[in-house]
Ligand binder design. Structure first.
Ligand SMILES: [Zn+2]
Length: 334
């Protein structure tokens, strides 16, 4: 979890520059909102920020990682640094009230206080209103860092009181390179880097046999679809349904299938360097003449529609069989 300033800087240079500026110029705001997709390093950045502010041997704006304060923040037991996370589905009012109480109680004893609210968009209305009051009367030494993956779900009244720092998604080539450095074969690394933006999640996925097998099944289905509907049904029955057993796995399987048709489009438009299944270029080319560009795009929409239907509790077998029909025959059967 714990990342050094230098490590995170490679991925989020702009965000860290803004934080460094706040510290160096002595202009630390009362409230920050770190927004960006999952896996973009918001929490890591908030902890680095906290360490920099509390570090006893700070040089310029970077923490030392060694002093008692740095170590206490890393282990989650610094008395002046609090982290609030959703309790179940949401962040409740009593969690914010508790935080506030804690801070008022100890305000006499020490100087700075910092709190981090993870998934701040999951605050209940009551919790958000409590927080708002808290933000409105900033005791001069309290710093709030709110983290969110869904900025659009935050109340405007809260957003307007925060300095917003945006965390950009990791470029897939950087994530792919990271996975390859960890010993992941390239064909798996590229695919995993497209599936998720989180380094941790991408690494776990690419190390699992399940993911390698998922990739094989997707290629098998594509191959079967190019031969006959019956063969495709066999692959769905024998391989696909047992492997992609729940909604989440099914959704990932459909993403993998979508990337395959996207690759066909790259082949047809001479952008092969963008391909994801680039080790299968010969196999993909072998059938690419079967499809017009229009058909490829139609097939991609059919896969996206199937993905949307996952949430309607449609029977998975029926969903896949209909999709196979559309992928073979065009989208006349929607
Ligand atoms: Zn330190």
């Amino acid at each position: 979890m714990s990342m050094s300033w230098e490590q995170l800087e490679q991925y989020q240079p702009n965000a860290l520059r803004m934080i460094a500026n706040s510290i160096q110029k002595g202009r630390v705001a009362h409230a920050y909102l770190f927004e960006g997709q999952r896996g973009t390093g918001k929490k890591e950045a908030s902890l680095l920020f906290a360490k920099s502010l509390f570090c006893l041997n700070r040089s310029t704006y970077k923490p030392c990682y060694q002093c008692i304060n740095c170590r206490r923040i890393d282990s989650g037991n610094h008395p002046d640094v609090h982290i609030v996370a959703p309790d179940g589905q949401s962040i409740k009012k009593h969690q914010i009230d508790q935080l506030q109480e804690e801070f008022t109680k100890t305000a006499m004893e020490s100087n700075k206080k910092l709190y981090i609210i993870e998934h701040a968009d999951q605050m209940t209305i009551n919790a958000a209103n409590s927080l708002l009051k808290f933000l409105e009367e900033p005791s001069s030494n309290t710093i709030a860092i709110l983290l969110t993956e869904q900025l659009h779900r935050m109340l405007n009244t809260i957003i307007s009181r925060c300095q917003i720092i945006s965390f950009k998604p990791l470029p897939t080539r950087i994530l792919t390179a990271y996975l390859e450095e960890q010993g992941i074969p390239r064909h798996i690394a590229v695919l995993a880097a497209h599936v998720t933006n989180s380094r941790q999640e991408a690494l776990e996925l690419s190390q699992s046999d399940w993911f390698a097998q998922a990739r094989k099944i997707v290629l098998q289905l594509y191959e079967a679809l190019n031969k006959s509907y019956i063969q495709a049904l066999f692959v769905i029955q024998d391989q696909w349904l047992p492997h992609f057993a729940d909604k989440e796995q099914m959704s990932l399987g459909l993403d993998l299938l979508l990337y395959l048709y996207k690759d066909l489009l790259y082949i047809q438009t001479n952008k092969e360097e963008k391909m994801i299944y680039d080790d299968c270029i010969a196999e993909l080319k072998q059938y690419s003449f079967l499809y017009s560009q229009k058909r490829v795009i139609e097939n991609m929409s059919a896969i996206l529609r199937a993905k949307a239907r996952l949430n309607t509790n449609m029977n998975p077998q029926l969903l896949m069989e209909q999709l196979a029909l559309q992928l073979r025959e065009g989208s006349t059967f929607v």
